[in-house]
Design a protein around this ligand. Structure first.
Ligand SMILES: *[C@@H]1O[C@H](CO)[C@@H](O)[C@H](O)[C@H]1NC(C)=O
Length: 314
């Protein structure tokens, strides 16, 4: 490093989406709509679960936590992306970039842990229905949530500190729509081998293990239902597990694909589309898949609206 003419980079340029200029307004409208849908859908779930005491069960408390995490996760990237799409110079300061990276990792991990907690909750509910309330006690639920927050804090901090020690020299253009960790690593001009090793090991622990746990609990659910086959039971199991599994696979499939197999052929478009899937599409779909199709939630919506109406009339 000595003797090299090194400029300290104080800001990055975010290239944004790989689209033509004439498509910009259409994508802007589309992304804004998706972002607002995510925020409104998830806030509706949080408010419903808060207001309706029938929904104060472990499953819905986890769901409300997941909705909170979805709101934050999409707010880490979307407002900045929307701002960048409208600005002439799409710059982000070094500190803001690392902050975005930290919170991105934080909420992505939190989502991952909460999906595991939800799968475990369904596993206990279906395989041990008689012991459900004893096993999933409020203290265990709180423990799982707190543990998720603690683990995710450390994991995100580890990656952010490791990235903060890298130096960036000439190239400051991020070919992505947010400050993505792997995109930043490609720009660094210091040695990134430690970072890559940590990403690989921690990625394995933080993503692959939760994914396997979820698959195992759903497999247990399916086998326990097939043991005592009834048409209604099977229909119910496949309709809930099927939609849960599709969201889980979408989320983990794209994240694992991106982080554990950094692309050799540098196809930015493919990476962007995959990143779009888990940053924009899954947080938007989660409320619909996990709850709004569900009878309890519809009942709660009805009750909350009726109650308001009555108090309004009185
Ligand atoms: C998250 O879950 C915990 C434990 O079940 C619960 O006490 C808390 O209210 C939930 N938080 C939100 C925002 O729903």
């Amino acid at each position: 490093m000595t003797g090299r003419n090194q400029t300290i980079i104080s800001e990055f340029l975010i290239l944004g989406l790989p689209i033509q200029p004439e498509q910009k307004n259409m994508f802007y409208a589309l992304l804004l709509t998706m972002y607002l849908t995510t925020i409104l859908g998830n806030l509706l779930i949080i408010v419903l679960i808060r207001l309706d005491s029938h929904l104060h069960t472990p499953m819905y408390l986890f769901l409300s936590n997941l909705s909170f995490s979805d709101v934050c996760f999409s707010s880490v990237t979307m407002p900045k992306l929307l701002q960048i799409m409208q600005s002439q110079v799409p710059s982000i300061s070094y500190a803001a970039c690392l902050t975005q990276m930290y919170f991105f990792l934080f909420f992505a991990d939190l989502e991952s842990f909460l999906l595991v907690a939800m799968a475990y909750d369904r596993y206990v509910a279906i395989c041990f229905p008689l012991h459900y309330t004893a096993i999933m006690s409020p203290s265990l639920c709180l423990c799982l949530v707190v543990l998720s927050w603690v683990l995710t804090t450390f994991h995100a901090l580890l990656h952010t500190l490791l990235t903060a020690r890298l130096s960036f020299c000439a190239d400051n253009v991020i070919p992505h729509f947010f400050c993505d960790m792997s995109a930043l690593l490609k720009l660094a001009c210091s040695d990134t081998r430690v970072n890559e090793l940590v990403i690989f090991i921690m990625g394995g622990l933080i993503l692959v293990i939760p994914f396997l746990l979820i698959i195992v609990s759903y497999a247990q659910i399916v086998t326990s239902i097939l043991k005592v086959p009834s048409a209604r039971g099977i229909h119910k199991a496949f309709s809930t597990c099927g939609s849960h599994l599709s969201v889980v696979s979408l989320f983990y499939g794209t994240v694992i694909g991106l982080y554990l197999y950094p692309s050799a052929n540098n196809s930015t478009v493919k990476e962007t589309v995959m990143a779009m899937m888990y940053t924009v599409v899954t947080p938007m779909l989660n409320p619909f898949i996990y709850s709004l199709r569900n009878r309890d939630m519809k009942g709660a919506l009805g009750r909350v609206i009726c109650k308001r109406k009555i108090s309004f009339c009185l």
